[in-house]
Write a protein that binds this ligand. Structure first.
Ligand code: DHB
Length: 465
């Protein structure tokens, strides 16, 4: 077995042109981060500002103090290959890496298996592969604390959507026992895998309650429209517009799921920052909804102060003093519904998430009792412990994990991919544990990420310097 030792001599200086300007950095790429890889994607890239090789500083950081930024390219729970500043094939977020290097961060970009990863004819990318790989990469970094530039006690993970969920799950499940068998099988370094801080954009998580949350938000909105994604290896997926109307059966399911969400939410016993309970009444209204409306109001107020007309969406009340109110129901109605019912655990087993929970022999499974019971055929259902293993909120509830101390969660105020309740439940659960949480719903921002890197880096610096 190869030892998981990083050789600093692998770092090669290179220069790429960015917007006509040269950007110089050192890179070591294609590094295997486990001893027994099962797929070629399980490799990582390291990028370091040249200054740290020359004993200099960038932005107040040096080779021992620089935060280690760990972005992923996971989207749609598909494979997320290791990224690079000059990567051009889809998926990539090279811009974030370039910005991070300029800012003085060390960047470690790991390739993670996803639901369609096939190697030697075997499907090896179903849950929990994505998070097992991310943890193995973090362990590799820690294992090489003395050989890699950067501070392993200042690891900041970053991702968007399913990648945001990956980032959040890392933060919620540090050193969790449930991953041990998977990490051992891969020959991951025997190290801690907790991290310092999480940056998560529109994390698509809490999948076992996401259908309920979606219907709490959209119940009564019966037409939906979205882009259907067909993955194409190595290329941007193909997107085709599709639309429809909920069937009578789906409308009944919506009402049942909404009721189930009210029970789930009240059972969480969430409280706001001042300790007041966040709850919902039998009709789905209450302090939880008002707290969400207040976050949307703050978002609209920020936009209005910057000169934006916030009446693009309904339900926003403005007076001379600013944005004074948000009618949450009217607002979400004007956002429109993206997904049919159930939004995630499809009755027909044809969602990305159904495929995520497949295994080597069964390509797609249910992950909620509701969809399994109400599906056209009684399809297979993933084991509850596996579903909980990849859910950040469930991981927090175990109280046996090392949770990241700092969290920055962004979910666009125009994002329809999951309910606003989902990021709010995560943020509130973290806040109740006394952690440092910064949640916002940026105005008119759709399902996307890394749109405010300057603010993100300021947030990181405030916690790392
Ligand atoms: C993503 C988006 C979704 O709507 C979803 O259900 C899962 C993943 C994504 O963009 O990663």
């Amino acid at each position: 077995m190869k030892p998981l030792i990083f050789n600093p001599q692998w770092l090669q200086r290179q220069t790429v042109m960015v917007n006509g300007q040269p950007l110089a950095y050192a890179a070591a790429t294609g590094i295997s981060y486990v001893q027994n890889p099962v797929a070629p994607i399980q490799r990582l890239n390291v990028f370091v500002p040249n200054a740290y090789l020359d004993g200099q500083t960038v932005n107040g950081y040096d080779a021992t103090s620089a935060p280690i930024f760990m972005p992923n390219t996971v989207g749609g729970y598909l494979p997320g290959p290791a990224d690079a500043p000059d990567k051009t094939s889809w998926p990539t977020n090279g811009k974030a890496i370039i910005a991070a290097l300029k800012h003085g961060y060390v960047v470690v970009a790991a390739g993670l298996r996803g639901r369609t990863t096939v190697s030697d004819g075997r499907e090896v990318g179903h849950a929990p592969a994505f998070i097992v790989d991310m943890k193995a990469a973090i362990r590799y970094v820690r294992h090489n604390a003395q050989r890699l530039p950067g501070n392993v006690e200042r690891i900041v993970t970053n991702g968007t959507s399913a990648g945001g969920a990956t980032s959040a799950l890392v933060g919620a499940s540090g050193n969790a026992n449930g991953f041990a068998p998977y990490l051992t099988a891969l020959g991951a370094a025997d190290e801690r895998d907790d991290v310092f801080a999480v940056s998560a954009y529109c994390p698509i998580h809490n999948l076992q309650h996401a259908d309920m949350a979606y219907e709490w938000q959209f119940n009564g909105v019966n037409d939906w429209h979205r882009y259907a994604m067909s993955p194409i290896a190595g290329q941007r997926p193909h997107f085709t517009p599709i639309a429809g109307e909920l069937t009578a059966r789906q409308q009944r399911a919506s009402t049942a799921l909404k009721a189930a969400f009210i029970d789930y939410l009240n059972g969480l016993q969430l409280t706001d920052a001042t300790g007041r309970p966040l709850t919902l009444d039998a009709a789905g209204h209450g302090s939880f909804e008002r707290a969400l409306a207040e976050l949307i109001r703050q978002s609209a107020q920020t936009a209005a102060s910057a000169g934006t007309d916030v009446h693009k969406y309904a339900g926003i009340t403005t007076e001379a003093a600013g944005v004074t109110g948000v009618d949450f129901a009217a607002y979400v109605r004007s956002l429109t519904r993206m997904k049919a019912v159930p939004a995630f655990d499809s009755f027909d087993l044809d969602s990305a998430e159904n495929n995520l929970f497949g295994d080597e022999t069964v390509s797609a499974k249910h992950f909620t009792a509701f969809a399994q019971a109400h599906g056209a055929v009684r399809g297979p259902q993933a084991a509850a412990p596996l579903v909980a293993l990849i859910d950040p909120v469930s991981q927090l509830q175990t109280d046996r994990t090392t949770v990241a101390k700092h969290w920055r969660i962004r979910h666009g105020a125009a994002d329809r991919d999951t309910s606003f309740a989902i990021p709010f439940i995560l943020a509130t659960s973290l806040q109740q544990r006394g952690l440092d949480v910064d949640l916002a719903f940026p105005w008119d921002v759709p399902h996307s990420g890394d749109y405010d890197l300057g603010d993100l880096f300021e947030w990181i610096d405030a916690r790392c310097r």
